[in-house]
Design a protein around this ligand. Structure first.
Ligand SMILES: [Zn+2]
Ligand SMILES: [Zn+2]
Length: 457
């Protein structure tokens, strides 16, 4: 009896992870992550051309064609799926983005805080076939729990990544033990979390297989969050005009770095309602002990002064206590123009609409503090962003520290885990991954998209 792995997303590409594990011994089938493919989006779409239906996403190959796997809201008599579960490693869109498409009969397992981030982001999104989460059966876990999918036992263990509540999994199948790293790193602010996964793997003995991310295998930059904070502090201090900082809405480490850089320079952070709603959701995860954004009088929200409130503004207003009326902390585009030197405006995804709204005064800076052009939440249209900055008289600086493990540390991690075999995923260079790791004596098998691989213990 064997275990069969089919990579329906994440083989030879960064993200889009959709990994089907079939345990023939226990007769259990489950997916590891169910993420959005930015590569397929790039191939077939460009704003305003966007996917129009589930059938179209299947047609372009963004998600696999498997009977009864998906949710059909117009068919209440819909048959249940034979997929027993989906395990979500973390809330980045390239891992979680297509979960709303799934048949409501499938239980979705995710970390407690992952659920808060996942839901917060979609609550304010425009209603469409790929954002509807009504009826999803979400079950949560935390490190130390054991998730049972029939007779398959899964041990989730936290790892450090550029989003709170990221997990790796140790999976005990009938005749094979599998480790899924999710996205992880050892150079971030919490290397101890990743160490916990490595220790747990070692405690369980040599795994048969590690499904390992390799985002940075071809190229890495040696930086850390402290350096990002120092660079941001220096450049914001030297700028005499408006500073715009572009960073992921879900990266709390980066939020703290930019917040410290602003405070050191006596500037106030201005954040958009959507970011405030997501930060508020992260604040609700008590074990993370994040500072309360809603109570921080130094943080202001951007008041776009539109006639109608946005969905996120409404959510903030309807929260208990209402988060927008907490104090007079709304800052308008006019305020930013009158005292640009007093603020750091937080943007994300190279948002051109933010630039259109605030029409930033000339001589300011745009601090790009997310990876470019690939981002795990969205695609940055880098050329168009540069055109808008040039038009606005703004210059770009960058300071970033990757959410993904460096090649040497990846080698070291695999040596510590000592698996019988590794499948490189979440990388554009799986052959380089294989050659780079080869000297360790660990067998690396490069997976092909959609081709089943037999795993024998
Ligand atoms: Zn990812
Ligand atoms: Zn990620």
């Amino acid at each position: 009896m064997t275990v069969i792995i089919t990579i329906h997303g994440g083989a030879g590409e960064i993200g889009a992870n959709k990994i089907l594990v079939e345990d023939k011994g226990h007769e259990i089938k489950f997916f590891l992550d169910f993420g959005k493919s930015f590569e397929t989006m790039r191939e077939f779409y460009d704003f305003p051309v966007a996917p129009r239906s589930l059938a179209e996403l299947i047609q372009v190959g963004a998600t696999p064609d498997i009977p009864h796997l998906y949710h059909h809201p117009d068919n209440p008599q819909q048959q249940s799926s034979d997929i027993d579960a989906v395990l979500l490693s973390h809330a980045h869109t390239d891992h979680s983005g297509y979960i709303p498409l799934l048949n409501r009969s499938i239980p979705i397992y995710m970390g407690e805080c992952t659920q808060r981030i996942f839901e917060a982001r979609l609550q304010g999104a425009r209603s469409f076939f790929d954002t509807d989460i009504e009826g999803l059966q979400i079950q949560t876990f935390k490190t130390g729990d054991r998730v049972k999918i029939g007779s398959v036992e899964v041990q989730p263990v936290h790892v450090d990544h550029s989003i709170p509540a990221a997990y790796g999994f140790i999976i005990h199948c009938s005749e094979a033990s599998i480790v899924y790293t999710g996205d992880f790193r050892r150079h971030g602010t919490r290397p101890d979390l990743t160490q916990d996964l490595i220790d747990a793997v070692q405690d369980g003995g040599e795994p048969d297989l590690v499904l390992c991310e390799g985002t940075n295998i071809a190229r890495a930059e040696i930086t850390n969050e402290q350096e990002v904070q120092e660079k941001a502090t220096t450049i914001i201090g030297e700028c005499k005009n408006l500073a715009i900082a572009d960073f992921s809405e879900t990266d709390f480490d980066r939020f703290r770095s930019i917040q410290t850089a602003a405070q050191t320079n006596n500037r106030k952070l201005v954040i958009e309602p959507r970011r405030m709603w997501i930060l508020h959701a992260i604040n609700q995860c008590r074990e993370l002990k994040t500072p309360n954004i809603a109570k921080d009088l130094e943080i202001h929200w951007f008041d776009a002064s539109k006639k109608r409130l946005s969905k996120y503004e409404r959510l903030l207003q309807e929260a208990d206590p209402p988060l927008l009326e907490f104090s007079n902390r709304g800052i308008s585009a006019t305020d930013l123009h009158e005292h640009p030197e007093q603020y750091v405006f937080c943007s994300s995804f190279g948002s051109i609409s933010a630039i259109q709204r605030i029409k930033p005064p000339e001589s300011g800076i745009y601090l790009l503090s997310s990876s470019e052009p690939f981002n795990e939440e969205s695609e940055i249209n880098f050329d168009k962003l540069l055109n808008w900055l040039a038009l606005s008289g703004l210059t770009m600086y960058s300071a970033h520290c990757s959410g993904h493990i460096h090649p040497i540390q990846l080698y070291q991690t695999l040596e510590e885990m000592r698996p019988k075999c590794v499948l490189p995923i979440h990388t554009e260079a799986p052959q380089l991954f294989r050659k780079f790791i080869q000297a360790s004596g660990i067998r690396v098998q490069v997976p092909k998209p959609g081709v089943p691989l037999k795993i024998d213990s």
